[in-house]
Design a protein around this ligand. Structure first.
Ligand SMILES: C[S@@+](CC[C@H](N)C(=O)[O-])C[C@H]1O[C@@H](n2cnc3c(N)ncnc32)[C@H](O)[C@@H]1O
Length: 269
């Protein structure tokens, strides 16, 4: 995919945010164009074609917006031949703490796009993929581990968890990442927000203890930061049944899609 085509895709993804005001619109464009993780997700086929995707700490929902724009472009025949097909039958669910961001996401993407909730306590329905981008740093270490353990329970065997966090052993780029985050928290009035970072090896170890097979990739290209994308595949433990999928409204990439019915416990294959 050329840069020009990706720019068109970003513009299409950001368009629904125009109705939310200039800031939300420009933020969506800047985030999708400037953060390498979004292009990487599409160009490397990291998400399953179908099933349920949870975006935990989804902010204003730009990942869902991008996946919808990609699915639309693919359906209309304008998808570059050198890129893998985007997920066309993946039902997305966002969970976000901030009421303001939930309002923006719903105004742009529909009332069903996101639920307001705290990922430390919101029940996670069975799913095929989970994305957590730049969120766990806001949690205490034991809370991080507990959220990841619940992700492991929710994911189907072979399901994928895409986690991005800064690498605390990332030298100066890590210090820049931390300073930038502290400045952003201060700008929001959250002076005392604790930030918990781990070395990439620490994240790998934690994910390993939870039964994930994980690969780690630098994911800061074009930025001064020290972010790592962990691609964690779940294997070999039963998926827990879930009882609270009613809390998750449908936010299908394609409007005609419906989530699959509540599943019985899935056993190892
Ligand atoms: C840096 S933003 C990243 C947003 C989004 N993942 C993205 O990449 O565009 C972190 C988001 O996590 C949310 N967040 C922080 N703690 C959370 C929690 N306990 N439960 C749900 N969301 C949370 C914040 O409100 C914020 O929107």
């Amino acid at each position: 995919m050329t840069d020009a085509v990706f720019r068109e895709l970003v513009a299409a993804a950001a368009l629904p945010y125009r109705r939310c005001g200039r800031y939300a619109w420009h933020f969506a464009k800047g985030k999708l164009a400037g953060d390498p993780v979004f292009r990487h997700l599409l160009s490397h086929s990291l998400l399953p074609a179908r099933g349920r995707l949870l975006d935990l700490g989804c902010g204003q929902g730009v990942l869902t917006a991008l996946l919808r724009a990609a699915a639309d472009r693919h359906a209309s025949g304008g998808w570059p031949a050198d890129w893998p097909d985007p997920p066309a039958a993946l039902v997305t669910h966002g969970v976000e703490l901030s009421a303001k961001r939930v309002r923006i996401a719903r105004a742009a993407l529909g009332a069903d796009a996101v639920i307001q909730g705290d990922i430390r306590s919101t029940d996670l329905p069975a799913c095929e993929a989970i994305v957590i981008l730049d969120v766990l740093l806001y949690l205490h270490p034991d809370e991080q581990a507990a959220v990841l353990a619940r992700c492991a329970d929710a994911l189907a065997p072979g399901g994928v968890l895409l986690l991005r966090e800064a690498d605390a052993e990332g030298g100066l780029p890590f210090q820049i990442t931390r300073w930038a985050e502290q400045a952003a928290c201060a700008a929001r009035g959250h002076w005392r927000q604790p930030l918990t970072y781990r070395p990439a090896a620490g994240w790998l170890g934690l994910l390993g203890t939870l039964g994930f097979d994980t690969a780690a990739l630098p994911m800061s290209q074009g930025t001064p930061f020290a972010n790592t994308l962990f691609i964690a595949r779940r294997s070999n433990t039963p998926v827990q049944n879930y009882t609270s999928s009613h809390e998750f409204a449908d936010a299908s990439i394609r409007p005609e899609m419906k989530p699959r019915p509540t599943a019985n416990p899935v056993q190892n294959s």
